[in-house]
Design a protein around this ligand. Structure first.
Ligand code: PEP
Ligand code: MN
Length: 353
């Protein structure tokens, strides 16, 4: 699964591959005006949601099939390729009937294997590029599973879209980036193109630039950015859409670093990192052995595994120490909690032996 494989004729392989256009197709005029502005700026692939998965009923659920005729007109009048989200077999048949060039599967759909399988069945024998958004929940296997279902149906032009992960506690981001998840996807499938969706990660137009830059620095292949001529009055996702002229600024400000540059200068630093990782692993293994000895002691003395005050003490002391050493306290909390969780698991095993 390579980037070249999802490229449409005439779209060059240079990073980033850009897909831009409104969250939703609203009216023929809105679709056509966005398409003309984007085409004039050299964008090659347009997005527009025709069927919209909304959290609650009563909102704008997409214009439906009539919007597909507008996308066809976009193709005819501007030469742009057009793309949309499909969530059911009916969506697939309709989109194909109107000549949509690229499809994507939305985050809520990827989370549902029945729905993905139905889409895969409907696409069997069709040679169209399909991008799979990550599932709303941070489950890499589910994301890969959806790609496998499409691949098993014979589709070869596959790619992934990272759009962040839903969380109950929304702070900065609408959907947490959890970059390590797409990075792990890339590690396992180095040839699979990955496109970042900074609009749905950020949920705010001012976050699109920094998120896009971050995606480029992580060697993502492309960007899908919601673009609307009158973003404030968009019928869906108004706060995260940018105008075509802002999109142009965002794209031209991107610094694209070479992902395949010679790594010679880095080899010494990388050797040092490898050594540190060795030491870290050895220390960690030693710590686990001691923790098991403590487990044995607790068993002999009929004590409970988790001693809350002791845990609080370790956590607070080490987090403030880490922060004094210039490390991010939140990062240290995550590391210490993971280590503690594993120690507890091992001690519980010992107690139950
Ligand atoms: C969209 O692209 O407009 C959309 C609904 O995205 P997601 O599936 O990522 O929520
Ligand atoms: Mn949207």
């Amino acid at each position: 699964m390579k980037l070249e494989s999802i490229l449409l004729p005439g779209v060059d392989a240079k990073r980033p591959m850009v897909i831009a256009g409104p969250c939703s197709a609203e009216t023929e005029e809105q679709v056509m005006s966005a398409a003309k502005a984007l085409a004039a700026d050299g964008i090659k692939i347009m997005r527009a949601g025709i069927w919209k998965p909304r959290t609650k009923p009563g909102g704008f659920e997409g214009i439906g099939s009539q919007g597909l005729a507008w996308l066809k007109k976009v193709k005819q009048e501007t030469g742009l390729y057009v793309s949309t989200e499909v969530a059911t077999q009916k969506h697939v048949y309709e989109a194909l009937k109107y000549g949509v060039d690229l499809l994507w599967i939305g985050a809520r759909t990827t989370a549902n294997p029945f729905a993905v399988q139905e889409i895969a069945d409907a696409l069997e024998g069709v040679d169209i590029p399909v991008l799979v958004k990550n599932p709303v929940n941070p489950d890499l296997e589910l994301w890969i599973g959806a790609l496998e279902r499409l691949s098993n149906a014979g589709l070869t032009k596959l790619g992934a879209i990272h759009r962040g992960f839903s969380s109950y506690d929304k702070k900065i981001y609408r959907n947490l980036p959890q970059w390590h998840i797409p990075i792990e996807l890339k590690r396992r499938y180095p040839d699979l193109p990955i496109i970042c969706d900074p609009s749905h990660i950020g949920g705010r137009r001012d976050l699109i630039q920094p998120l896009s830059q971050q995606a480029m620095d992580l060697n993502f292949d492309g960007l899908i950015i919601e673009t609307h001529c009158d973003p404030d009055n968009a019928w869906s996702d108004a706060s995260q859409q940018v105008t075509p002229s802002r999109l142009k600024e965002i794209l031209s400000a991107l610094v694209i670093r070479d992902g395949k540059q010679s790594t010679e200068d880095l080899s010494d630093l990388r050797r040092q990192i490898d050594e540190m990782d060795d030491q870290l692993l050895e220390l960690m293994a030693k710590r686990m052995r001691i923790s098991c000895e403590i487990g044995t002691f607790k068993k002999e003395h009929n004590m409970t595994v988790v001693q809350t005050e002791r845990y609080d003490e370790i956590l607070n002391k080490r987090i403030s120490q880490a922060s004094g050493m210039g490390m991010n306290p939140e990062f240290m909390r995550v590391v210490l909690e993971a280590i503690h969780e594993e120690s507890v698991r091992q001690q519980v095993d010992i107690l139950n032996k």
